[in-house]
Design a protein around this ligand. Structure first.
Ligand SMILES: [Zn+2]
Length: 208
C-alpha cells in the first residue's frame, strides 16, 4: 500500500522556494453550505487514491460514527511536542539518529497556514537570502498545525516524510525506502494520518 502524491499531501518540496498561490483555497467557512454527505465526500479526498475496498470500509466507519473510536483505541493520547521549540528538538533527535550527515535545519516550526495556502501537510524548503552582499541559505522544515495535537506516531510520520526529502526530492522508491528505514510502520502511519485528518475535518479535534 504505497500511496501516490496528491494535492493534499505536501505540494512542494526539495529546493523549491515557498511561494504564495493566488487562488485562495477553500476555507472552512466556504464549506458551511455543504450537506453532510458532500462534506464526507470531500474529506475522503485524503484517501481517494487507496483501493476502493479500503475507501468503502472507511465510509462504513464514518456512517457508523466509529472512526473516532477506532482512532482513540489505537492512539489514546496526543503527543506533547506542541511548541516550535519542542518540535525542533523532536525533529533534530530523529535527524541525528538517521540523517546525521544531511544539512542542518535552520528552522523547524508548526505552520497554521500550510494546509490552507499550500494544500500541504508539511514542507521542507531551501531559501536563499541576500545577506550583506552574500547569499545565505536557510533550510526550513514546517509541519502543518493540523498535527499539533495528534498522536505521536502520526507526528513522527510527517517529520520522517519531510526529513526524507532532505535526501530525496521526489516521492520515488528511494524516498519511501528512507521513510521506512526511519520508521518501519511508515506506510500504515501515513494511512492512519489520513484517517486522523478526515476525522478532524468532519468532527473536530480527536482529543478534548
Ligand atoms: Zn513529500
Amino acid at each position: 500500500m504505497s500511496p501516490r502524491h496528491t494535492p493534499y499531501w505536501p505540494s512542494f518540496h526539495g529546493s523549491q522556494k515557498a511561494t504564495k498561490k493566488k487562488d485562495s483555497p477553500q476555507t472552512p467557512s466556504a464549506k458551511l453550505g455543504l450537506s453532510s454527505e458532500e462534506k464526507q465526500a470531500e474529506a475522503l479526498r485524503y484517501i481517494a487514491h487507496y483501493p476502493s475496498e479500503i475507501v468503502d470500509k472507511i465510509k462504513l466507519k464514518l456512517g457508523g460514527q466509529s472512526l473516532h473510536k477506532h482512532l482513540l483505541a489505537k492512539y489514546p493520547e496526543a503527543h506533547e511536542f506542541n511548541s516550535n521549540k519542542l518540535l525542533r528538538a523532536y525533529t533534530n533527535e530523529i535527524k541525528a539518529k538517521y540523517m546525521r550527515s544531511s544539512e542542518r535545519l535552520n528552522k523547524v516550526c508548526f505552520d497554521d497556514k500550510l494546509h490552507l495556502v499550500h494544500h500541504a501537510l508539511g514542507t521542507q524548503s531551501f531559501i536563499s537570502l541576500a545577506h550583506g552582499g552574500r547569499l545565505k541559505a536557510r533550510r526550513e522544515l514546517r509541519v502543518s498545525s493540523l498535527f499539533k495535537q495528534c498522536p505521536e506516531p502520526l507526528l513522527r510520520m510527517i517529520v520522517v516524510h519531510e526529513l526524507a526529502h532532505l535526501k530525496e526530492k521526489d516521492h520515488n522508491q528511494a524516498f519511501y525506502r528512507l521513510c521506512v528505514h526511519m520508521e518501519p510502520s511508515y506506510h500504515q502511519l501515513e494511512f492512519d494520518a489520513r484517517l486522523y485528518l478526515i476525522q478532524q475535518e468532519l468532527f473536530g479535534p480527536l482529543y478534548g
